[in-house]
Write a protein that binds this ligand. Structure first.
Ligand code: SIN
Length: 485
């Protein structure tokens, strides 16, 4: 990798402040999804290295939990600054290992850094309570304490931001972390570990293990010293981690799959809705959990919406994310390519029309054409499953009640979007959508200042915002007797 700061490129795991190889010396090769070229190798760590990391994290946490809020705040602030100082290089790492267009990677680093800034501030606001006493000689207090060692498992689609969203609140309140980044994108996590050292994180506070997902995940979920698991990824893996964590009754936060409806009412600003749908659909080539996955357009404006949306979609520039003009990078894997093709073929077989795209891109490899499907109906696979790719299926609807019912007819409940200019409808539909997050007249909802998370099979817990520390804290009630003389 051609980086300005070569120190950011680490190809070993990070445990107890040391850069380590796997005990058995084994490695995995990391490929650039845009070119299939090798980016290097990282250690294939397993159970023994995970146990060593947990022990280091336990030792570090017992000291860190006794530090004061200002000290914790200050290392997080340092990390925020260091990330921004290295923004270009860190963004390049994301693009090389994940394929994301460089402008989006630059944005992701700003987004990731913002969690360190936000939680450096929240570190100082972990308040307790004094509750009115139930007896005259008593006083009743509630204090909040760090939960302990946290196991983090993070995805490839936001390799820096999702790690930051978990590490920052944990460190802010006095926890330590053992993290396992996605096998496809380890270099972003290792670069973050390097910067955490410079920021002043004591050894053992943050440990990053690359390697075998199953073996590392099994130890993290079974080990009794891990008191919390936080995971972003697929619903199926989330369910497995929840089951594995049950034995030791860990607190678990899950940010899982979505299947976001994007509803456009006839009274909406049509141009704004088209632009909102473009960003909600094609950010990261459709590979986000909050991607618009079902676009519902009211029948009176259906044709006009489809025409404008298709025109803008067909103008999107596909290419290697390192090229400035690129707006759509490659998909992450052959499996992702297969799922996209499967959803398109199924929709076509059941009567949908391909308005643009529909095929692997002529660049070859993992590139796919941004695709619009019209005349999509609820019996198609794409109406039921998350695609995780650049395919926009457009459904038609007649009225508010009907579209809300169809939007809610899914086991998922992460993000939903709708466009209207009617105040009453804004409130009614916001309240009726069974989702953890609603974008009203916007296609972009992510910010460190708001609670990110879903309901139903899309997850448990919230990340970011003032609520983002709660998952890393235990509440303790203290009853003080003998106050009266
Ligand atoms: C995700 O896809 O999991 C996260 C997207 C975001 O934070 O915007």
């Amino acid at each position: 990798m051609d980086l300005m700061n070569k120190n950011l490129l680490k190809d070993t795991s990070y445990v107890d402040g040391e850069w380590i190889n796997a005990n058995d010396g084994s490695c995995s090769e990391i490929l650039n999804p845009a070119t299939s070229e090798s980016l290097g190798f990282v250690p294939n760590c397993g159970s023994a290295e995970t146990i060593a990391a947990i022990e280091a994290a336990r030792r570090a946490q017992s000291i860190w939990s006794k530090t004061d809020a200002k000290e914790r705040s200050s290392v997080l602030k340092n990390l925020h600054r260091l990330m921004l100082e290295n923004q270009e290089d860190l963004a390049k790492i994301i693009t090389l290992e994940g394929g994301k267009p460089i402008s989006e990677s630059i944005g992701e680093i700003a987004y990731a850094a913002s969690f360190f800034e936000w939680f450096s501030e929240e570190a100082k606001r972990v308040y307790g309570d004094v509750i009115p006493a139930h007896q005259h000689d008593r006083r009743t207090l509630v204090i909040k304490q760090p939960i302990g060692v946290v196991g983090c498992i993070t995805p490839w689609n936001f390799p820096s931001a999702m790690l930051a969203r978990k590490i920052a609140p944990a460190i802010a309140v006095g926890c330590s972390v053992v993290a396992k980044p996605a096998p496809e994108t380890p270099f972003s996590a290792l670069a973050l570990a390097y910067l955490s050292e410079l920021a002043g994180f004591p050894k053992g506070l943050l440990n990053i293990l690359t390697g075998d997902a199953e073996r590392i995940g099994a130890v993290l979920t079974e080990n009794k010293d891990i008191r919390k698991i936080t995971f972003t990824g697929s619903t199926s893996v989330g369910k497995l981690l929840l089951k594995q964590s049950a034995e030791s009754v860990k607190k678990v936060s899950l940010e899982l799959g979505g299947h976001a409806p994007f509803i456009v009412f006839e009274d909406a600003d049509l141009d704004a809705a088209v632009d909102g749908a473009l960003i909600a659909k094609y950010r990261n080539s459709g590979q986000t959990c909050v991607c618009a996955n079902r676009i519902y357009v009211q029948s009176g404006i259906y044709d006009a919406f489809c025409e404008r949306f298709t025109e803008k979609t067909s103008g999107l520039v596909v290419g290697n994310g390192l090229e400035e003009k690129t707006q759509q990078g490659p998909l992450i894997s052959n499996n992702a390519m297969r799922k996209v093709s499967l959803h398109i073929d199924d929709a076509k077989n059941k009567g949908a029309t391909v308005a643009t795209g529909g095929n692997p891109h002529n660049l070859g490899g993992l590139f796919f054409e941004p695709t619009v499907l019209t005349g999509v109906t609820d019996d198609m696979l794409i109406a039921k499953e998350e695609t995780f790719g650049p395919v926009a299926p457009i459904f038609s609807f007649e009225n508010e009640q009907e579209v809300v019912k169809r939007a809610n007819d899914t086991p998922f409940g992460l993000a939903a979007y709708f466009y209207t200019s009617d105040l009453g409808k804004s409130w009614r539909v916001s309240e009726q959508l069974d989702y953890g997050m609603v974008g009203l007249n916007t296609g972009i909802i992510s910010t460190e200042m708001a609670p990110f998370g879903g309901i139903k099979e899309s997850g448990i817990g919230r990340e970011g915002s003032k609520y983002g520390v709660d998952d890393y804290l235990e509440m303790k009630y203290i009853s003080i007797a003998g106050i009266e003389e």
